[in-house]
Design a binder for this molecule. Structure first.
Ligand code: XIL
Length: 360
């Protein structure tokens, strides 16, 4: 038997093969969009202001290949008075997306927040009669979906309709109180009628929760039974460093996939401060917390990769830490939930995601 020797060049290439991904020809991916190529699209929720600022617009274009408008598509900003529509800011986002050939999801058509009160309630907060509320919802959805017909990749039609309360199925909200339990179905029907070609999604948070998932399934099945067009379920992905358990997220994606639906991760971020308590990272975040966040993101992307056949898009809820909604909701706190810091520099979490995607 001859002796097996390795030339220095060979050692070097074996070494780099262990570090760098085979699928990228030995190169570490230079962006999220490069690292996710062939797996799923990688999106960000953006604001019109970010698109107008060269530094943030450049970062968006370098890293992402799918967009959602963070708030410009919300009903309160679209229908500024009964029958009065304002598409200025939302059109700005559509124009940017088209110019750069980026698919754009419309977020959203029916939600219990950021919606004009008069749509479902009178001035004293009493529910409107069903027919009036339905007419308001129909006018809204028909006008908006028609305005954007042929321009969007998809619509999140109904947002957060399922209740978090153990004994309640659908959330007790103004739409439900005025229209009744079929408001979800009606919203989907109005959207489909206005644009029969656009994919329609149901979107919610805590979908992986063991008490909530059965209710989401119940809603999905009832919509399908009614013959409603429903292409995918969006799991928002507003998660924490160690909650929920990764296994629950994995299991949730499997369960939804078995319903024959695509699963989108629509609003990914990791709250490192916590829902309650002090503003503890006001003057900076310790390196070990950034590393924990990196590990958490790596394990999430392991899961997304595993299910890439049913996950078409993974979207981050924001671009950089400073602008994230988690700095001001539900209270003011200095948060660090995304892959880019306040100066737009990549964080350890960014490198961990790139490494995870590059290794596979
Ligand atoms: C948030 C936005 O980030 C904020 O800018 C806005 O003021 C309120 O809504 N679930 C959703 C998103 O579906 O629309 C929410 O976004 C975050 C929770």
């Amino acid at each position: 038997m001859g002796t097996f020797t390795l030339s220095p060049l060979c050692v070097l290439s074996l070494f780099s093969a262990a570090i760098f991904p085979a699928n990228l020809g030995g190169q570490r991916a230079e962006s999220l969009r490069e690292a996710t190529r062939g797996r799923f699209m990688i999106g960000a929720a953006v604001t019109a202001a970010q698109l107008d600022r060269p530094e943030t617009a450049d970062l968006i274009l370098k890293q992402f290949n799918h967009l959602t408008a963070e708030y410009e598509f919300m009903p309160l900003f679209m229908e500024t008075g009964p029958g009065r529509f304002d598409f200025k800011r939302s059109d700005r986002i559509v124009d940017f997306a088209h110019l750069h050939h980026l698919p754009l999801t419309g977020h959203m058509l029916c939600w219990h927040q950021i919606t004009p009160q008069w749509m479902f309630e009178d001035a004293e907060h009493h529910p409107l009669p069903r027919e009036r509320a339905l007419a308001n919802l129909k006018l809204y959805i028909n006008t908006v979906v028609t305005h954007f017909r042929g321009k969007l990749d998809s619509w999140n039609v109904v947002n957060e309709a399922v209740s978090d309360k153990p004994l309640e199925y659908l959330r007790d909200n103004p739409a439900l109180r005025s229209i009744g339990i079929d408001y979800v179905q009606k919203a989907f029907e109005f959207a489909h009628a206005a644009d029969p070609n656009v994919p329609l999604y149901y979107n919610d948070y805590n979908v992986e929760d063991q008490a909530k998932l059965p209710k989401v399934l119940r809603l999905i099945r009832s919509l399908k039974k009614e013959g409603v067009r429903l292409d995918a379920v969006g799991i928002q992905g507003h998660w924490y460093l160690d909650y929920p358990d990764s296994d629950l997220i994995d299991a949730c994606i499997v369960t939804l996939g078995k319903e024959g639906l695509k699963v989108l991760v629509t609003e990914l971020d990791i709250d490192v401060v916590g829902y309650e308590g002090a503003d503890r990272y006001k003057s900076g975040i310790p390196a070990d917390v950034l590393n924990q966040e990196a590990k958490r993101y790596a394990s999430l992307f392991e899961i997304f990769l595993k299910h890439q056949d049913i996950i078409p898009v993974v979207t981050f809820w924001g671009l950089e830490d400073g602008q994230s909604w988690l700095n001001y909701t539900p209270r003011i706190r200095t948060n660090y939930p995304l892959l880019f810091d306040r100066r737009l520099n990549p964080k350890p979490a960014y490198h961990a995601v790139i490494d995870t995607l590059s290794r596979k």
